[in-house]
Design a protein around this ligand. Structure first.
Ligand code: NAP
Length: 332
């Protein structure tokens, strides 16, 4: 085992798009676990769009000059508690660092399903998959045969939403993403029927071509113009599951394009946002739904895995720029 640990700190608040200069890697002696805790060597890290929101001066945001937090999988390497066994792999939130001292109550044991790789606990079986599952089954309440539009469709939540929607019997699946290559990937690999690059014109036009008969459900990871276009395309009794607003995270003060508020009434639409952390009780249900499909091969994982903890900041910035396909994960 190494004798030193590396921890990422945020050094300044970004105005607009962050850069590597907003972060620093801090080296320290390997932390020693106090009685009742354990030292974990981290193996996989999740970097997420919400980390960009936490970089701002907001309640609960990242403190400057302090370790950042994020979802992580690590191996217990030294334990001073009978509740954590050396060698076992645990999920915890002390990410953005090579090593962490954790108390048992700060960790979650992972069920092991034969044939399912560890990365799945940060992608399809983790917060990403749970977000997709909650959005479809509890917020949009997708019914068989219904047509769906997904924004940021090539990302972690977007690819999982597409694959889950297919398994739930969705009708036509349309996605938007940031490049032609990613749009092609969605139709060739992920099971979308049509996909477009949102840079190619006004979303209302692009969506009109991809879904000429309209949509029943919009799973929205992006907000802004895409939300406005989807409200226009929704049929009577349509639903919007508001998942995220990534089009605004790097553009402070951005105003959302307006949509016709009368549409909400005239078409009896429902627009509902949610946070996955309020639905953690559905974790077991997600396993019951997804694991058999993962094992049978009907459900594939969509992941971009970046090697090396030293690349964690670049991986995060690359994800904000759309360099990932599926869930971005950093591997030690
Ligand atoms: N409500 C919740 O509890 C919850 C939980 C998890 C995630 N989320 C939200 O869900 C969304 C997706 O998260 P994720 O973890 O799956 O990330 P992700 O989609 O894997 O990665 C972010 C993607 O956003 C796209 N993007 C970046 N800037 C954009 C812009 N200005 N306009 C449109 N697209 C842009 C990029 O893809 P392109 O190449 O396609 O532009 C990028 O790959 C985020 O908004 C996130 O905050 C919410």
């Amino acid at each position: 085992m190494t004798e030193t640990a590396l921890t990422v700190h945020q050094t300044a608040r970004p105005h607009g798009f962050p850069t590597a200069d907003h972060f620093t890697f801090s080296e320290s002696a390997l932390p020693r676990p106090a009685a009742g805790s354990a030292l974990v060597e981290n193996l996989y890290w999740s970097v997420d769009p919400y980390h960009r929101e936490m970089m701002d001066d907001v309640p609960g945001g990242f403190a400057l000059g302090a370790p950042l937090e994020g979802r992580t999988l690590g191996r217990v390497v030294a334990s001073r508690t009978p509740r954590l066994t050396e060698g076992e792999i645990v999920f915890h939130r002390k990410g953005w660092r090579t090593h962490a001292v954790v108390a048992p109550e700060e960790t979650r044991r992972l069920p092991r399903f034969d044939g399912v790789p560890l990365t799945a606990y940060l992608s399809t079986l983790g917060g990403t998959g749970l977000t997709a599952y909650v959005g479809l089954t509890r917020i949009a309440r997708l019914q068989e045969g219904e047509d769906l539009f997904v924004s940021a469709a090539a990302g972690g939540v977007g690819t999982t939403t597409g694959r889950f929607a297919r398994l739930l019997g969705a009708g036509r699946l349309v996605g938007s993403t940031g490049s032609k290559a990613k749009a092609d990937h969605l139709t060739r690999e992920v099971g979308y029927d049509a996909a477009f690059d949102y840079h190619d014109g006004p979303t209302a036009e692009l969506l009109g071509k991809a879904a000429p008969d309209g949509i029943d459900v919009f799973v929205d990871n992006v907000g802004g113009e895409q939300l406005a276009a989807a409200v226009g395309a929704l049929r009577e009794f349509g639903r919007v599951a508001r998942v995220g607003t990534i089009s605004q995270y790097n553009t402070p003060g951005a105003t959302s394009p307006r949509f016709d508020h009368a549409d909400i009434v005239e078409k009896s639409l429902r627009l509902e946002g949610f946070l996955v952390r309020n639905h953690l009780d559905l974790q077991e249900e997600l396993y019951e739904f997804a694991v058999p499909h993962l094992r049978s091969g009907r459900l594939a994982l969509d992941e971009t895995v970046v090697d090396g903890f030293g690349n964690i900041v670049d991986a995060f910035l690359g994800m904000l720029r759309g360099e990932n396909t599926g869930k971005i994960i950093v591997r030690a």
